[in-house]
Design a binder for this molecule. Structure first.
Ligand SMILES: [Zn+2]
Length: 455
């Protein structure tokens, strides 16, 4: 889910408290993006070695792991040395939540994730990492000639963020000149109101879920409301698969390019599309590997599970963290001239929304949040079988209270429609999708049918 939540929750505070650091990191990133591939690689190796040495010295989990496996971080001479280490799964983080902390870490912030491609997960992030993720996002923003403080329209649906909306809004309005529209409430009456808000706000950039922004764009087309005369320079989309028809619709209606971003609160700001259309990895900060089913590097051009080592995570290291997303790496050079490596395709995030009975698309975040709220849920799977039936499988452990199921059922009905049947089952094992294990929430309502219904 790209930096979105981290940066949007923490950016205002970050800017006040750590302004110099974020600015410094962003300036450095704007310099390194033009370095040649060898020089970028040298920087990565140096930073990787420093992170691993720090982890070996101060992080109990890694001290033990390196001792057990005889791994010597001082000998790291290439990024492929990482292959000597095991990967870090969400289960590993869950089981070693405290042992992963740097002994000297101060001011760690607890964060959770569990979006469309992940099981619920709590972890910690330090200020260094926030600076780097925000700076990387800021750099990508500037690729399109807009800056992070420019007037912005945000179409978002995280209940966490919307819950703190009033407080955040004051800060945002002041510091970021940002207009927030909820992606959860897109009925026709609200959409009319949204169009008026957008015309009034005259945003320079739009940020949000591709489905939701495209939905607003189609509504503007139906109503004959013009939005391509407002001076919007770019629409940044994230969190979901971006379909070509969505890109076309958004681009046509708002009269601007669409730039796709990829990342998450857990994995960091992994990649972002540049002005020439290349999906560049934030290579200075993040080493991306794609692994096949056996855990070996995926063959060139083949899809593999995105596994990241975030180099700015000294306080709470993410080393070979398995994201659960599936992607194909690219070996081409981008026309923009940057040597930052690229991702050709992200495959692991489709159907990232459910459809309410009145046809309103509901971002998956609205539902994963409800499940995550329940204590003792270790994993889950949600499948929208039809507009009238949604099924939920829960894998529960210690601390689970069955009376929470009623709340869950009500929460789903409130979002999908009161008449919808919600089938909840507690199981020993979550059934996997044929396509892979990465889809924790999905809809069986075919996408073209959904789009057609809404058009
Ligand atoms: Zn490029």
């Amino acid at each position: 889910m790209y930096t979105s939540l981290v940066s949007r929750l923490l950016f205002p505070l970050q800017e006040q408290l750590k302004k110099h650091d974020t600015v410094r990191v962003r300036r450095k990133l704007e310099e390194t993006q033009w370095w040649d591939a060898d020089r970028i690689e040298s920087l990565r190796i140096e930073r990787l070695r420093a992170l691993l040495i720090e982890a070996a010295t101060h992080v109990p989990y890694y001290r033990q792991l390196f001792e057990k496996t005889g791994f010597d971080p001082a000998k790291v001479a290439s990024t492929s040395c990482l292959q000597q280490l095991p990967t870090l799964t969400k289960a590993d983080i869950r089981a070693n939540s405290q042992a992963l902390r740097h002994a000297g870490a101060r001011g760690l912030v607890r964060s959770t994730t569990g979006g469309s491609s992940g099981e619920p997960l709590a972890f910690f992030i330090g200020a260094e990492r926030v600076s780097h993720d925000v700076a990387a996002k800021w750099r990508a923003t500037r690729w399109f000639g807009v800056d992070i403080g420019d007037p912005e329209l945000v179409v978002w649906g995280s209940p966490i963020e919307l819950g703190a909306q009033d407080r955040l809004r004051q800060l945002r309005d002041k510091l970021m000149r940002s207009t927030l529209l909820s992606a959860f409430d897109m009925n026709d009456a609200n959409l009319d109101h949204y169009l008026r808000s957008i015309r009034r706000a005259r945003p320079r950039m739009i940020f949000g879920y591709p489905y939701s922004i495209a939905h607003i764009a189609r509504h503007a087309q139906r109503r004959g409301v013009r939005l391509n005369d407002l001076g919007v320079k770019v629409a940044f989309v994230t969190s979901e698969y971006l379909y070509p028809h969505q890109r076309d619709t958004i681009s046509t209606v708002f009269g601007c390019p669409v730039a796709n971003g990829y990342g998450g609160r857990d994995a960091g700001f992994i990649a972002h599309e540049c002005e020439a259309g290349g999906m560049h990895i934030t290579a200075e900060d993040i080493i991306v590997e794609t692994l096949d089913a056996s855990g070996a590097p995926a063959a060139p051009g083949q899809p593999g599970e995105v596994t990241v080592t975030h180099l700015a995570t000294r306080d709470y290291p993410f080393i070979r963290y398995r994201t659960g997303d599936i992607a194909v790496l690219d070996d081409q050079r981008c026309r923009c001239g940057r040597c930052l490596p690229m991702i050709r395709e992200i495959q692991g995030r489709t159907n990232d929304f459910l459809i309410a009975t009145d046809g309103t698309p509901m971002p998956c975040g609205a539902f994963t949040y409800l499940v995550r709220e329940i204590a003792g849920v270790e994993s889950f799977k949600v499948v929208q079988e039809s507009t009238t039936l949604t099924r939920i499988w829960l894998l529960v452990g210690d601390g689970f209270d069955p009376s929470a199921l009623r709340r869950l059922e009500k929460g789903f009905r409130r979002r999908l429609g009161e008449g919808v049947q919600i089938g909840i089952e507690c199981v020993d094992h979550i059934p996997a999708e044929k396509s892979g294990k990465f889809r924790y929430i999905s809809s069986r309502i075919p996408v073209p049918a959904v789009v057609a219904t809404k058009d």
